[in-house]
Design a protein around this ligand. Structure first.
Ligand code: KG4
Ligand code: ZN
Length: 340
């Protein structure tokens, strides 16, 4: 079954075509990072305008690269929740128009569930990796830090962020440290020259059994270290730690918390497989520590290839394809939703 996937939930305009295997035939990802960087974060109005301008061209280019005519498609999948509502609506309206014009089945998919599909794609377009439930699904993105217990026919969320999502914390700390947007990759780069033990930062674990997350405390702690106790200046204040040390210490503290919570979740559920997805999983320090420190506790630990960590059309096409194969369909009343 050959499926076109469309992703516009935030600041990437992306389309991909996936076929049996599952095999990725082509993917186009247009990042808007340059448009948003001077504002220090995603500006929804700018994101929407850019999606409107670019999506048709992105879809056309993707079909061309996949050597696929509309008639060759067996369905169209689109991210319809969660995300920026205006941005989602552009993908959903486009997918509905194409499904109607080309007379193809339509399927709306959950963007977070789609992140957990991305590890099946091999980085070099080789054979797909096999990932069978049950497993612990870990979504580490700009808007979510979620733990899911995933079984063949059901999925339940067992942990979530209570304030800032992990990617949001990376972005805000990068902004405090004057590293700009997007924050995650810039913190990672800065941290390579720093000492992860140099600055003492809090590791908020909530209750002893809690699987939820809170990253607002560590964000404030970095702010105080860099800008002084009133946190109002632009920093660095006199006596502030070196920026690289602060970035490395932040990255280490966040990774400590994530590993502790994943261990807890494995203990509580009895699961021994972990599947990760979301932009923060592109972080090489985090990947390496997960692989080393959870090796004793996991049968299988799978990250997406880095190019499929951040938002992409392939994961939408993959999940849509699976749902279409199971007989699910959306109708032309499909709507976008900002929440899960
Ligand atoms: O999954 P994603 O592309 O979009 C959402 O669904 O939110 O995740 C974007 C987030 C941003 O907060 C970005 O800073 C973070 O992923 N990110 C990273 C890295 N690359 C992207 N965080 C840490 N290290 C990275 N290398
Ligand atoms: Zn995402």
């Amino acid at each position: 079954m050959r499926v076109l996937g469309i992703e516009t939930s935030c600041d990437e305009t992306s389309a991909a075509v996936v076929d049996d295997g599952p095999k990725l035939l082509a993917q186009v990802v247009l990042s808007q990072a340059d448009l948003h960087s001077r504002f220090g974060g995603v500006v929804p109005e700018i994101a929407c305008r850019s999606h409107v301008e670019m999506l048709s061209r992105v879809v056309e280019q993707c079909l061309r690269e996949a050597d696929t005519r509309p008639a060759d498609l067996d369905g169209i999948a689109v991210a319809c929740r969660p995300g920026l509502i205006g941005a989602l609506l552009i993908g959903v309206s486009t997918a509905k128009a194409l499904a109607w014009a080309w007379d193809k089945p339509l399927i709306g998919v959950n963007h977070l569930e789609a992140h957990l599909e991305s590890p099946v794609l091999s980085p070099d377009r080789g054979p797909a990796r096999s990932i069978e439930p049950p497993y612990l699904g870990v979504v580490l993105s700009g808007g979510h830090t979620d733990l899911y217990e995933v079984h063949a026919t059901s999925r339940s969320r067992i942990g979530a962020t209570q304030d800032d999502a992990v990617g949001e914390a990376f972005d805000k700390v990068a902004s405090v440290l004057g590293l700009g947007y997007p924050g995650g990759p810039r913190i990672e780069k800065e941290a390579t020259g720093g000492d992860p033990k140099a600055v003492k930062l809090p590791r908020t674990l909530l209750g002893p059994d809690s699987l939820d997350f809170s990253f607002s405390g560590i964000k404030t702690a970095v702010l105080y270290q860099w800008c002084g106790q009133n946190g109002r200046g632009s920093g660095p204040v006199e006596g502030a730690p070196a920026r690289a040390d602060l970035a490395a210490s932040f990255q280490a503290a966040v990774t400590d918390v994530l590993i502790t919570k994943v261990r807890r979740a494995l203990d509580q559920t009895g699961l021994d497989r972990v599947v990760l997805g979301g932009g923060v999983t592109a972080n090489r320090y985090l990947r390496q520590r997960f692989e080393t420190e959870l090796a004793d506790r996991t049968e299988q630990l799978v990250f997406p290839a880095p190019q499929f960590s951040t938002d992409n059309g392939a994961m939408i096409a993959l999940l849509g394809r699976r749902l279409l194969e199971q007989g699910e369909r959306s109708d032309l009343f499909l709507d976008a939703r900002p929440g899960t």
